[in-house]
Structure formats: structure tokens, C-alpha cells
Design a protein around this ligand. Structure first.
Ligand SMILES: [Zn+2]
Length: 331
């Protein structure tokens, strides 16, 4: 087993995600991304099992055992190293998985200019830069689903499509009248986000992890990072020249996304979530800012004019200078 293959496996399934999917409950401790809970490896009455989410390591002060995810699988399931790696490989979508997501994403991308409603919708949302639309790989899932036939014709079994959530149990395409953003770029795709252009519930992801922060590889080198919740927010900011913007796809950050933001101490994070009526965005911003500050980052909350998100702000005619003025007032 090659070392980089092992690293890839461990990155694809962060230790904390793995534990939490198996109902391990924990609370956060300390300034770093450390969590503590009962040890899953032995009967435990006092939380003694620590997980460092940024290092992807665990250590139990009760039984004195520690290590990475592969070690944990070996201990918890009584498997050898080699067996643990094989087990872990079965837990992640095989490499072919991101390949078929690519197939699906390029199918949708191909549809974008073939339906009269798609590009005008993007324009209404202020997205006019054809180069950026192409760069983001934005596509369109039309009303009359054709994905199923396309994929079946390419040799994908129907049971597999049902499993991925791309096809409903009734056999119809899941994404319908939605603008599609592929998630995971650059690198293998991990999910697709579909924004309804009609009356359906606005946001939809496939039933699989949303992955890390959007385009993190291109943003991580920046000493100031702008964090938004939606992909249209990100597109507006990139279009206005704020390439140091990343997106969490929602206001709830996964442990992986938190660890990414925290991977450089002292980094400034400008949080620009929606200013919605029920204050959910504001509450999420404050909770996140506190979390980031306790991890040693300089987190600031940027307030846009009432009822605006970055996308609607720029749509309403705001300029980069207007946005920067809001940032200057950030606390
Ligand atoms: Zn233990």
C-alpha cells in the first residue's frame, strides 16, 4: 500500500466524521479542534477519548491507545492493518464514483445553453461572466429529465443510480429545473448542488457528504479569507474580483471545513452570511466567529444592508468598493 494512497484514504474519510457517523458524541475542548467523548474501544464512564480533528488522530487516556483512522478501525473491529485498509476502501466511494459525477456534471453543463430559461436565470442572479460560468462548471438540469437515459446508455446500472440519489425511487431525475454547481473543484467531484429556478425547495444536494470548502486549494494561501454560505454569493464575489472567497454550502461547517479554515493560525476570516428575517444567519455567524476566535483566528462578521446576501447585494448594483466599505466596518 502506497503512502499517498493511505493519505488519500484518510483525507477522504476524516476520523471525526467517521466516528460521528457511528454516533460517537463529543464535546469540543481547548483552543484547537479537539473533541472528547466516551471511548468507543472499551466500557467508559468518564470521557477519556480525545480526537484532534485537524491532525486526524485520536488518543484515549483510559486505555492508552491512539493513532489514526486505520488504527482505530483495526482496534474497534479486530482487523489487521491490511484488513483495516481494505475495510476503509469499501467505506468510500470508489475512484469511479467521482468519474461518474464528472459525467453527470458535464451532462448538465452541456444542457446549460440548450434551454432558454437557464442562462437568463443566471443573468437575473447577476452572473454574466461567461468565462466564470464555464470555470465554475455551472450546468442546468432541465424540467424533463434526460439524465437517467443518458447514464443508462453509458452503461450505468439503474440500481446504482438509485443508490446515488440521482434518480428518485419513482425513476425520475432528482434534479429538475435546477442550476447545477459541481462541488469539489479542483480535484475529484464530491457532490452536486442544485438551485431550483422554480417553485421547488431552493437548495438540493445529493445524499453524500458536501466535502470541504469550495475551491479551498486556491484560497488557502490567502491571509484574509471571505466565507459565504451560498454558491451564488461566491460567484458574485469572484466576479467582483474577490477571489479569496470560499463557500461552506450552508451555515453549518463540517469538521473538515473548520479544520481547513484553521490550518493557518492568525488568518483573518470575514464571515458574510445571509441577513435573514429569522436571524438564523446572524446566529450562525456569531457562533462560528466565536469558534474561530477560540482557535486563534481573527474572525470578523461583515454586515450587509438589511435583507441582503452577497449575491443580492451585487445584483442590486453594489460595487467592489461598496463591499469593501462593509468589510471595513466589520467587527
Ligand atoms: Zn479507551
Amino acid at each position: 500500500m502506497m503512502t499517498d494512497e493511505l493519505e488519500y484514504l484518510k483525507q477522504r474519510i476524516p476520523l471525526l466524521d467517521y466516528l460521528q457517523q457511528r454516533n460517537w458524541t463529543a464535546r469540543r475542548v481547548g483552543a484547537h479542534l479537539e473533541f472528547v467523548g466516551l471511548c468507543p474501544l472499551h466500557p467508559d464512564t468518564r470521557p477519556s477519548f480525545y480526537v484532534n480533528a485537524s491532525k486526524n488522530l485520536f488518543y484515549c487516556h483510559g486505555c492508552g491507545r491512539g493513532g489514526d483512522l486505520i488504527r482505530f478501525i483495526g482496534l474497534s473491529q479486530g482487523l489487521s492493518f491490511r484488513q483495516s485498509v481494505a475495510y476503509l476502501q469499501q467505506q468510500i466511494p470508489p475512484a469511479a464514483d467521482s468519474e461518474w459525477l464528472e459525467t453527470v456534471a458535464s451532462f448538465y453543463q452541456f444542457q446549460l445553453h440548450r434551454y432558454a430559461e437557464a442562462v437568463p436565470y443566471l443573468q437575473r442572479r447577476g452572473l454574466r461572466d461567461a468565462g466564470l460560468i464555464e470555470e465554475l462548471g455551472i450546468g442546468y438540469a432541465p424540467a424533463i429529465g434526460k439524465l437517467r437515459n443518458h447514464l443508462v446508455a453509458h452503461g450505468y446500472g439503474l440500481d446504482r443510480l438509485l443508490e446515488t440519489g440521482l434518480i428518485t425511487p419513482q425513476g425520475r431525475d432528482t434534479f429538475c429545473r435546477r442550476v447545477i454547481f459541481p462541488l469539489g473543484q479542483p480535484g475529484p467531484l464530491v457532490n452536486l448542488y442544485g438551485r431550483s429556478i422554480g417553485a421547488a425547495f431552493p437548495h438540493r444536494l445529493l445524499p453524500r457528504p458536501k466535502g470541504g470548502l469550495f475551491a479551498w486549494d486556491s484560497v488557502r494561501c490567502c491571509s484574509t479569507v471571505i466565507l459565504v454560505e451560498g454558491l451564488f454569493d461566491l460567484a458574485s464575489l469572484w466576479q467582483a474580483g474577490f477571489r479569496n472567497t470560499t463557500c461552506a454550502v450552508g451555515t453549518h461547517l463540517t469538521p473538515l471545513q473548520l479544520a481547513q479554515l484553521c490550518d493557518q493560525p492568525g488568518r483573518q476570516i470575514d464571515i458574510v452570511f445571509d441577513q435573514d428575517d429569522n436571524h438564523a444567519g446572524q446566529r450562525a455567524s456569531h457562533a462560528l466567529a466565536q469558534r474561530l476566535r477560540s482557535a486563534g483566528l481573527d474572525a470578523r462578521i461583515v454586515h450587509l444592508p438589511a435583507a441582503h446576501d452577497p449575491n443580492s447585494f451585487f445584483c442590486a448594483g453594489a460595487t467592489a468598493a461598496d463591499f469593501n466599505r462593509c468589510r471595513e466596518q466589520a467587527r
